[in-house]
Design a protein around this ligand. Sequence first.
Ligand code: ADP
Ligand code: GLC
Length: 468
Amino acid sequence: MKVVHISAECYPVAKVGGLADVVGALPKYLNEKGTQASVIMPFYNVPYTRDAQVEVVYEAGVYLDTYHYEFRILKDNNRAIGFDLYFVDIPELLFEEYVYSQDDTKRFVAFQIAALQYIQTQKNKPAVVHCHDHHTGLVPFMMQHCTMFENLKHIPTVLTIHNAQYQGWFGHDQQSLLPTFNKAHVGLLDWDGSINSLAAAIKCAWRVNTVSPSYMEELMERANGLESLLSHERNKCTGILNGIDSSVWNTATDSFLVKNYTVTSNVSGKKANKKWLCEQYDLDIDKPLFVFIGRLVYEKGSDLFPEAFEKILKDGKVSLLLLGSGDKETEASLKELKTQHPENYNLHIGYDESLSRKMYAGADFLLMPSRVEPCGLNQLYSLRYGTIPIVSNVGGLKDTVIDVDNNGYGFVIQEISVTAIVEVVQRAAVVYEDSAWLQKNRKYIMKLDYSWEHAASQYITLYNSLKN
Ligand code: ADP
Ligand code: GLC
């Protein structure tokens, strides 16, 4: 079965968050199970594409209203990534050093049209077209209702919602960016008076899934305005928990680590990575090390960090290290905190894959008090690297972490507040003193199976249910 994924991000080409990890892994695992999965993504001006060996497989033009853009489809010749990867190269719109900007309407509309134009020319058409998030949310609508894509109408579509907060809104005054469609269907594009790419995908895709079962349930109540739509479409909606790519996230082979380790050598391995972090960031190796890795946004609870960290750092018992970027006010307060607590706290504002791996390996605890977490990969990586996750009770976090007080292996907070964060860190710091338990628990969590094997089979079942 041929399945084409269309996505704005894909690891290792371009990554902003977990979407890239999923699109860079799922197709590989689908292929291992006999599916012919490929990915189509934009050709950005990023290190991967600068060095890529590509061949031109298609050339045409795309019209956005009266604008005409030449585009090419480039096939990546890198066999090592485990699936066929195609780039949509529209130099004027997509070839930028960033993935997202303030207004991406034209960029992603053009990307989606070009991707479909290419799919349309293929003799052996896909059995399923699989879109991810709002950036590719117009695909199901266009396949069904745009005259130029008439020959794609019968192909089933799947939408995976990785994050329903962002929906790809734009005004009806920009309707003419889309290829000609029967205006009787304009309501399918609309939600609350504007064009809403995610809503259009929820309406038009044959199946919709979220990246964890709990997030699917939560969306029925809180979906940034789309609750009633999702409730209405609930019969075609399901939740499939993400996995992790164990060929990339593997403590025994991860080349970013200072020292590799396995379950049996975790003590020396984790210690070497912790030592490196403590030396680089002036922290005390004898104190439990708590880390945060991620986007500094409201959904991740990071607005609470400045006050919570201040309280945590006061008694000098633990170390904190943060890696991330986002809200400028939060960044400033977190930097300011460094001047007050230079001995137990440090931060790196920015994106750094290599540092993140060393943090997963060298930390004792990973903080993740998210307000919204569709799946969350950080907690899964931390488990695999023997670092105990401290999470909130939402979305995929709820589905993957069990509190130590319930015979589990992590820490779960029930409310997202400064007090709850401070208290859970204190609770974890006490448990840290019990080195026999710590060691047993580390071995246990490193062996938990959150691989893609299971999730890939669930996607195949979903695809099979769509066969015409
Ligand atoms: P989200 O996609 O909502 O940001 P996920 O938990 O699904 O959250 O995935 C985040 C991914 O991005 C993980 O692979 C994490 O390690 C990575 N990541 C996030 N912020 C950074 C950063 N500043 N530097 C390096 N990696 C990061
Ligand atoms: C989104 C979500 C995150 C999820 C990721 C991959 O970015 O915020 O929770 O893990 O997508 O599905």
